[in-house]
Design a protein around this ligand. Sequence first.
Ligand SMILES: [Zn+2]
Ligand SMILES: [Zn+2]
Length: 423
Amino acid sequence: MSATEEKPAAKEQQQQQKPKVVLTADQQQIFDRISKNEVSELKLVLGQFKQSVDFVDENGMTPLQHAAYKGNKDAVQLLLDQGADVNSGKHEYNYTALHFGALSGSVDVCVKLLLAGANPNAVNSVGRTASQMAAFVANHQVVATINNFVPVKEVEHFTKSPASDPLLPVVHLEGFHKFVMQINIHPVRIALNLQKYGLFGEDLKRLKKALDEMMEREMKRRTEVNEVMAFKFHYLGYFLNEIAKCRDYFLARKDKADKEGTGAKDQKSLDFVELFAKRVLKLGKDGSLEYIEATIRECVREFPFRECTIFRQVVTQLASKENPACALEIIKAAINGQRGFQDTISFCSSCGEEKPDKKCSKCKEVQYCDRECQRLHWFMHKKVCARPVAPTAGAQGQTGGKDAKKEIDSAEISEQLQKLVAS
Ligand SMILES: [Zn+2]
Ligand SMILES: [Zn+2]
């Protein structure tokens, strides 16, 4: 008799003594729907489900953690709407929903979890945060998203302070919040984002003031000083100021032209984002981006916290003779971390965004996010954009056609290679 009593105990030990979990039929169904990515069915079950959705399965995982691990942003949203606690769970290795989201590689899932209050500093049983786990599996976009995340409350108070004259009108809270979290810190992208988030209606100097306060706050935290974010806020503020100066100059010139009735044709076709982009993207005689090189150096010099690691690291790299990296690359690496295989990633020639969708239809040699990015870069690109001769029938087309074929082939090959890497 005693032998039969011991058997189940031994079996349990084999299963690493997991606590026995008995799920109700509804709970089981919720897990099943999530595991099959059946979002509309999940919605139906949740509609009937009146208890807390923070129950766990035999692995100590909540439905939200499962949905995050699946990288299913709709399921994650449904569970959050149902009141799921984003930091809840009893996973045996202390993984949080954000850890699972980070491993799934879904930026959308991670943003939803962070907005719902997921703690990015929570560590698993091997002492790693969600961002570190994402880096481990090379989900770089996720790493950057988590590291650049700013809780809404950090910017919300600017809509109330100073009480008499708040730095940030409520209507611009959402736009400004997105602006401070931007990952791509290319100056042209900064200008385009200001436009995209409707912030050009705002006094840029006041936004810079808010960013300066955010920088100070990061450096003066009692726990977890975040000097990387402090530097980023300084950098964004510095370029806001540069863009504001460019706008003032543009408006003054336009005013003058309007009064004198000169240059009207020239002014009409130009907006100040374009003027700024021209400053940024103009190549110097040595082929470098002179404005970016000089402005970033000035920006770094003005960073007020000279004792911190990021400042010394950036200064050393900018001064290094052996390091051929341009200033923007150095800053990008300092803020978003080093990453390998840079060569295999394509970038927008205008704003530096990763993996842009479009390419120059004439030469297919350069890539852009969209027509706007292409427009802003055209003044430089038109000098080098090769137009392949269309293959035509007849004697005249013979040699031209052959050359054109060669060009198209090489473009096709590079396109294929790009697809290979992307997939
Ligand atoms: Zn772009
Ligand atoms: Zn071209």
